[in-house]
Design a protein around this ligand. Structure first.
Ligand SMILES: Nc1ncnc2c1ncn2[C@@H]1O[C@H](COP(=O)(O)OP(=O)(O)OP(=O)(O)O)[C@@H](O)[C@H]1O
Length: 257
């Protein structure tokens, strides 16, 4: 057990497997995520990162394993109940409704069913204007609240996604490649935002290909390969781990997959 595992976990995944017929997308992977911590998942294309996030958010069924929020099993819970349990996520692609303002988009519930079926969201009746305002301010979108997605930079649009997830007041936030397609400055800003949210006690699970961003942002890294754990520990230790160098960075030692 490493130091990270010794802290009480808000989110825990144990021996998770997701098989698609003969394809073992995830095969015996797990992690512990304490409050106020950022855990990053590294891994080459096809190593199972997105499938693991889909499993944790109940978008795919587990072949085996357990998922726990505050110690309570939820691997059989419907995905639409997870926001109520304190789990929110963002997706790889920006999903904003073009005719609505930033404020209205943030008010929309992020529908965990949306993946693969287009955006299917709804106004959450239990989200107060104060919570929406706080999410907008927290993500630095205060001046853009009445703008429409077409008027936003790509980086701002991705912030709206994060604001929308925060409007559910989660205790655990899952971020699937939140800086994909961003320039260096925008990546730095997202890293700073996530670290600010960590200071508020939010537990975050981050999937990213940008190794430097992961090192700058995360408290703990887990590396996946072939659906299983390849290495874990502090970012500094994990990026130099032979399994990670070989599987993820490759012999050329590139920093961005
Ligand atoms: N619905 C599915 N049906 C069959 N195979 C799938 C399905 N989803 C994923 N896979 C396979 O499972 C493996 C893991 O894919 P996954 O998308 O989880 O990897 P990843 O690490 O997120 O990759 P990337 O970095 O490219 O997003 C791959 O071999 C992929 O082709």
């Amino acid at each position: 057990m490493n130091a990270f595992d010794a802290e009480p976990a808000v989110l825990a995944a144990e021996d998770v497997a997701v098989h698609f017929g003969g394809i073992k997308a995830v095969d015996g992977f797990g992690l512990n995520l304490p409050a106020g911590r950022i855990c990053g998942i590294l891994g080459p294309n096809g190593s199972g990162k997105s499938t693991f996030l889909a499993a944790v958010t109940r978008l795919v069924s587990l072949t085996r394993g357990r998922l726990l929020l505050d110690g309570a099993e939820y691997q059989n819970a419907p995905p639409e109940t997870l926001a109520r349990r304190g789990l929110s996520r963002t997706f790889q692609t920006v999903r904003l409704l073009p005719d609505l303002t930033v404020l209205e988009n943030v008010r929309l519930g992020a529908d965990l069913h949306a993946r693969g079926r287009g955006v299917r969201s709804w106004f959450r009746p239990d989200t107060t204007p104060e919570v929406v305002d706080e999410a907008i301010e927290r993500t630095g979108l205060g001046t853009a609240r009445s703008w429409r997605p077409g008027e936003l930079s790509y980086g701002m649009a991705r912030r709206v996604e994060i604001a929308r997830a925060l409007a559910a007041k989660p205790r655990v936030l899952l971020l699937d490649e939140p800086t994909a397609g961003m320039n260096q400055r925008e990546r730095g800003e997202i890293s700073e935002l996530l670290r600010t949210l960590r200071g508020d006690g939010l537990a975050q699970l981050l999937v990213e290909h940008d190794v430097q961003m992961m090192v700058d942002t995360c408290d703990h890294l887990v590396a996946m390969n072939f659906g299983a754990l390849a290495a874990e520990g502090t970012p500094a230790d994990v990026v130099v781990h032979p399994a990670v160098q070989e599987a993820y960075l490759g012999k050329r030692g590139r920093s961005h997959a």
